[in-house]
Design a protein around this ligand. Structure first.
Ligand code: RM4
Ligand code: MN
Ligand code: MN
Length: 430
């Protein structure tokens, strides 16, 4: 039995036994949508093109500040991670790329890494740098900051790491660098806000200068953590200021978990679209802070509203609109493969639901101040169960009608547990 992926025969068997049920549900959904003037096959063709990248760090078991409880058969290195990502895409068929994180995913031969990814049918999305933790043998510490550190030597080291990430990205076929820094302060008075931001811009200008043609730099904001008093790029305002000052290739990345509770994230999305500065997303969900929970697990309506803005922007041909979609989650108590598959499907579901919004009717209700009907127009799209549509798309692409059931039936995790030795308990957020 092959252990590097799920046996294609098993997937086909599962899909075959589900196909009569899926066809019947799909037909029924098609009838419902036809009454609303939507052609389900056109919708299917649109949704089938949707893709979201998987974070390489997401397939390992995450933890909290207090503890990490390792899972069975965890990936030991980037090659194992790619294999797990390959399994995810085998079953869901909407995650063809992986977003790697360096130095976590460092190897000596990137050509080999790229070929390894290709052997699982995968490519690479944005590369992520890490100057929020110290690496082995690193001469200077990031304890008090990286790109914004008061010491020019630390800043130079952080700049060099980001440029190295670009160099790696070039070899593996990436087209973007995502920069998230943990820099900030824990106490009032600790750092000079304006000088710190100037240093941020100065460091990022050097990184920006190393971007090849066709590349972008994604600036990720985050309200707090690890700095608990003030974060240098704490919100989309600072992020936009930085992106505007750096230039055309710099854009703002929205991680759904990086805002205060109740923040209107969909409105931030609309503003960034207006400014032609929306880089893309790190999808996840949260109840309190940067919880990194599975997408749509707490507030699926918010995720739908974000997609409502995105679909509206695409349909109205907003200029320079080409957001990158990535998951960024930490799986502490679930099997990461199951969480990532479920999340990818949830994100795809919200995209499909947003395509169902009757935009002509909505504009009419907005312009005539019919508040109730405007709200109902969104709700009616959100309440549509598009499950049979998504199942049909997966089956037609050679994936699974029910990815979690097929995955569990394959015994993949148990196989991996036998091959990959258990790692000891450790701490750390990721
Ligand atoms: C941060 C942020 C970054 C991610 C790290 C691991 O909170 O979301 O995108 O690279 O976590
Ligand atoms: Mn993120
Ligand atoms: Mn985060």
């Amino acid at each position: 039995m092959t252990t590097t992926k799920i046996a294609p025969e098993l997937i086909a068997d599962h899909a075959h036994s589900a196909s009569a049920r899926v066809d019947s549900d799909y037909k029924h959904l098609g009838e419902q949508l036809a009454r609303r003037g939507v052609n389900i096959d056109t919708l299917k063709a649109d949704v089938a093109k949707f893709a979201v990248a998987v974070p390489s760090w997401g397939v390992g078991t995450g933890g909290t500040r207090f503890a990490r409880f390792p899972g069975k058969g965890e990936p030991r290195n980037v090659f194992d991670k790619l294999q797990d990502c390959g399994v995810i895409n085998q079953l869901v068929r909407c995650t063809p790329t992986v977003s790697p994180h360096f130095p976590w995913d460092k190897v000596s031969d990137y050509k080999e890494l790229r070929q390894h990814a290709e052997s699982f049918g995968l490519g690479f999305d944005a590369v992520n740098s890490n100057t929020f933790s110290d690496q082995k043998d690193q001469p200077r510490s990031y304890k008090f900051g990286s790109l914004t550190h008061a010491d020019a030597g630390v800043r130079a080291q952080a700049v060099a790491h980001n440029i190295e990430c670009i160099e790696i990205g070039k070899q593996i076929g990436s087209k973007a660098l995502t920069v998230w820094i943990g820099d900030g302060s824990n106490f009032p008075g600790q750092s000079h806000f304006r000088r710190q931001f100037d240093r941020y811009l100065d460091s990022n200008r050097q990184i920006y200068a190393a971007l090849p043609d066709g590349w972008q730099m994604f600036l990720e904001h985050k309200m707090f953590e690890p700095a608990f008093y003030a974060t240098v790029i704490q919100d989309w305002g600072s992020s936009l200021l930085a992106a505007l000052s750096l230039g055309e290739k710099a854009r703002c990345l929205v991680d759904l978990g990086h805002h205060a509770p109740n923040t209107n994230i969909e409105m931030i999305v609309a503003r960034l679209v207006h400014a032609q500065k929306l880089a893309g997303f790190h999808f996840n969900d949260s109840k309190y802070g940067d919880d990194d929970l599975d997408s749509g697990s707490i507030n699926p309506f918010q995720l739908f509203l974000v997609f409502n803005e995105l679909v509206d922007a695409a349909q109205s041909k907003a200029p320079n609109f080409n957001p990158a979609y990535m998951l960024d989650q930490s799986h502490n108590v679930t099997d990461p493969i199951e969480s990532l598959m479920t999340s990818a499907v949830t994100v795809q579901r919200c995209y499909a639901q947003a395509l169902l919004v009757d935009r002509v009717a909505l504009t009419g209700y907005q312009d005539s101040n019919d508040v109730l009907m405007a709200a109902q127009t969104l709700k009616s799209a959100f309440h549509t169960d598009v499950t049979p549509l998504l199942q049909k798309i997966r089956i037609e692409a050679g994936g699974a009608a029910d990815p979690v059931a097929t995955y569990r039936a394959s015994g993949y995790r148990a196989n991996m547990a036998a091959i990959r030795p258990a790692s000891g308990p450790s701490s750390g957020i990721v």
